[in-house]
Ligand binder design. Structure first.
Ligand code: ADP
Ligand code: MG
Length: 266
């Protein structure tokens, strides 16, 4: 008789991640022993005040920190493959493929001299190998997917014509262009008005469900965590101080720091 063992493997598993920067006094760790995982179709939030190491965690995971001045130890398993052992060429494929990224300031990531349509289409040509005419059709579909009104007409507009919220939708479309298994979002709604912020969170939630993506969502705002995250990791000064289901953390926070974060929600 054979037993069928089904083991669920997370899309991303970070194990004992420690990242240090070179300083005049030697190497200084800014995040210590961070362990977390993201399953397909779930959103995991990293929350903590400014300077707690959230962005360093995301950048280390993508291996985007300057090599000579930073050092990352631990394991970063993407679908079981350790990214800390991957070559730079393999990492470029990961960044433009299995993992999509969106940041706080979409203006800095969009090229002001190319049209919106051109930039999304370029991602499709480069990363999915579509022809330019296939890419244009797919670009319109993606723009509609992220609910940009009048997508076909706006294809030929330049980034400055788009509002902050619309630019963030473009960035999400560009991330989706590569059909990522994981989306890392670092404070993607922080710069946006509250109503626009709610719309973007709603969109990300919907995409995460429909595309069965894992989402690692970074924010300093517990209100946003409540809106979006299935599970939550609380960071404080480089340490992971609490983790669990978002509902449980809200109902019964264990760490004093988590309680103070919760108390700060208006
Ligand atoms: P958060 O995103 O939670 O606001 P960060 O991850 O950006 O915080 O920063 C965590 C700590 O690491 C901070 O003390 C910051 O000054 C330091 N840090 C971030 N990037 C660098 C870098 N490139 N070189 C040296 N120190 C850095
Ligand atoms: Mg940050």
């Amino acid at each position: 008789m054979t037993d069928t063992v089904t083991t669920k493997r997370p899309v991303l598993a970070v194990e004992n991640l420690t990242t240090s920067f070179k300083t005049q006094e030697g190497w200084k760790a800014v995040i210590r022993n961070i362990s977390l995982h993201v399953d397909a179709g779930e959103t995991v939030a990293i929350v903590g005040e400014s300077g707690s190491g959230k962005s360093v965690t995301a950048l280390s995971t993508m291996r985007l920190l300057p090599a000579g001045r930073s050092r990352t130890e631990g394991r970063i398993l993407l679908d079981g493959t350790d990214l800390l052992k991957a070559s730079e060429a393999e990492m470029r494929k990961v960044r433009g493929g299995s993992i999509g990224m969106i940041f706080q300031e979409p203006m800095t990531s969009l090229n002001p001299v190319f049209t919106i349509g051109n930039q999304i289409a370029e991602a499709l040509v480069l990363h999915r190998g579509l022809s330019w005419s296939e890419a244009e059709t797919e670009t319109v579909r993606l723009m509609e997917r992220v609910r940009i009104p009048a997508a076909k007409a706006r294809l030929h507009e330049y980034p400055h014509k788009f509002s902050g919220g619309m630019r963030q939708r473009v960035m999400i479309a560009m991330a989706l262009a590569c059909r990522p298994k994981l989306l890392i979002a670092d404070e993607p709604t922080t710069a946006l008005d509250v109503t626009i912020q709610a719309e973007i969170l709603h969109l990300l939630r919907e995409l995460q469900r429909e595309e069965n993506m894992g989402v690692l969502f970074i924010t300093h705002d517990m209100g946003v965590v409540a809106e979006i995250a299935d599970r939550t990791v609380v960071m404080f000064r480089g340490d992971m101080i609490e983790t669990g289901k978002t509902d449980e953390i809200f109902d019964a926070p264990k760490a004093i720091y988590t309680k103070s974060l919760l108390a700060s929600i208006p």
